[in-house]
Design a protein around this ligand. Structure first.
Ligand SMILES: Cc1ncc(COP(=O)(O)O)c(C=O)c1O
Length: 414
């Protein structure tokens, strides 16, 4: 069956029954296929993952865990969850995996619930330096319920300031230290964080939402041997369904499971759990390892090409799928740049840049690499992007170039 057929099966029914909504989904499919997806947190899941998401497990209530559910009729739900758990454990070399977390934020919430009490002190990367909302934002449960202290990145190098982490840990004696970021482009030194956590008697939580897919493909170092709990999303480089998961040692398995259900969630979304199983299976293949390494090679090529075009690339490059850059030398700040690029069919995020007044840009190569693009296309993309930002090319002209490029690399060929 071709990919188009696999996707069309469900769409045909929808088009007949609800043309209004089907039209909206068709427009989204068209948008994804004809513009450049450079949002660092996005990817194109496989048709097999989409099929699992659209499967009858979407109908099933399954509170609890395999073999101990609060509902009847959970035999196949149990089988799907056991498969997802076993595949996650094998893929990441973890004693225990919980695959029920509804999202990355739910996974972080569960990690805090497993290890902390309200009012505890937590040391995490400050939000202005690349921390996530769940790392102490006052607008989020984390900032409301815990006492967060933020470490930062060095003003010169952009790398995490290890001396500051050490000093703050000694001064505040946090109950937990969080390592992980939404925007830091370099590998995290998990051994360093483990050492500091041990010195001050803290737990170590690795929020690996972004790099976990690279870890799966052997293209980034694993936090699993170092962290007490690893939280992650399944929908970024990992290329699974939107969702979260947690990995930990056997000694924390029960606490983590109880922190997810019943403490922070009700029934698991079993169709998503099944789709996670599919994604873990795909991520264990040599083809995925090659993909993960190509994602990094593409990000390095894109970072270099953006620097050649005059953008200021944070830390001077990247180790991962993610790049942040200041477009100020081209005469535009991040928010304005994002709007202009969107009009030209280049979709990316703007982000806070550490130690800067204006916003910058955040880009990632997970989606374009899934489409089959390589280093050559990254240089092309950097050229198109810089030309729009300099005001040298009309957005409509660039849109045509983007169309040509995406037509050669359709996300769902067939
Ligand atoms: C480091 C980090 N933690 C947590 C999350 C939250 O994930 P979600 O949006 O699935 O809640 C993200 C999302 O991008 C993230 O980058």
């Amino acid at each position: 069956m071709t990919v188009t057929h696999a996707l069309e099966g469900g769409f045909g029914v929808l088009r007949r029954q609800d043309p209004e909504l089907a039209g909206i989904l068709d427009a989204e499919r068209e948008r994804q296929a004809t513009t450049l997806q450079l949002i660092a947190a996005e990817n194109f899941t496989s048709p097999a993952v989409l099929a699992a998401l659209g499967s009858p497990l979407a109908n099933k209530y399954a509170e609890g865990y395999p073999g101990a559910r609060h509902h009847g009729g959970c035999e196949t739900a149990d089988a799907a969850e056991r498969l997802a758990v076993e595949r996650a454990r094998a893929l990441f070399g973890a004693d225990h995996a919980n695959v029920q977390a509804h999202s990355g934020s739910s996974a972080v919430l569960a990690a805090y619930a497993a290890l902390l009490r309200p009012g505890d002190t937590v040391l995490a990367l400050g939000l202005a330096h690349g921390g996530h909302l769940t790392h102490g934002s006052p607008a989020n449960f984390s900032g409301r319920w815990f006492d967060f202290v933020g470490y930062g990145v060095d003003a010169e190098t952009g790398h995490i300031d290890h001396d500051q982490v050490h000093a703050l840990a000694r001064a505040h004696r946090p109950k937990a230290i969080v390592c992980g970021s939404i925007a830091h482009p370099r590998h995290i030194d998990h051994a360093f964080f483990r050492e500091v956590a041990d010195e001050v008697g803290a737990c170590l939580i690795a929020d690996a939402a972004h790099p976990i897919g690279l870890v799966a493909g052997g293209a980034a170092p694993s936090p699993v041997p170092y962290a007490d709990i690893v939280c992650a999303t399944t929908h970024k480089v990992l290329r699974g369904p939107r969702g979260g998961m947690l990995l930990c040692g056997a000694e924390l398995a029960e606490r983590v499971d109880r922190a997810v259900f019943p403490f922070t969630q009700g029934g698991a979304q079993m169709h998503t759990v099944a789709a996670k199983a599919v994604a873990f299976g795909e991520a264990a293949t040599p083809a995925f390892a090659a993909y993960a390494h190509q994602v990094v090679a593409n990000a390095r090529a894109l970072a270099e090409a953006l620097a050649d075009e005059g953008l200021l690339v944070t830390t001077g490059g990247t180790d991962t799928h993610l790049i942040t850059a200041d477009p100020a030398p081209l005469g535009v700040e991040g928010r304005e740049a994002r709007g202009r690029l969107a009009a030209a069919g280049i979709v990316l995020d703007c982000c806070v840049l550490p130690h800067a007044d204006d916003r910058g840009l955040r880009l990632g190569t997970a989606a374009v690499t899934t489409q089959g693009m390589g280093e050559r296309e990254m240089v092309l993309i950097a050229g198109l992007l810089a030309s729009v930002l300099r005001g040298g090319t009309e957005p409509a002209r660039t849109r045509t170039d983007v169309h040509e490029l995406t037509a050669a690399f359709p996300p769902y060929p067939g």
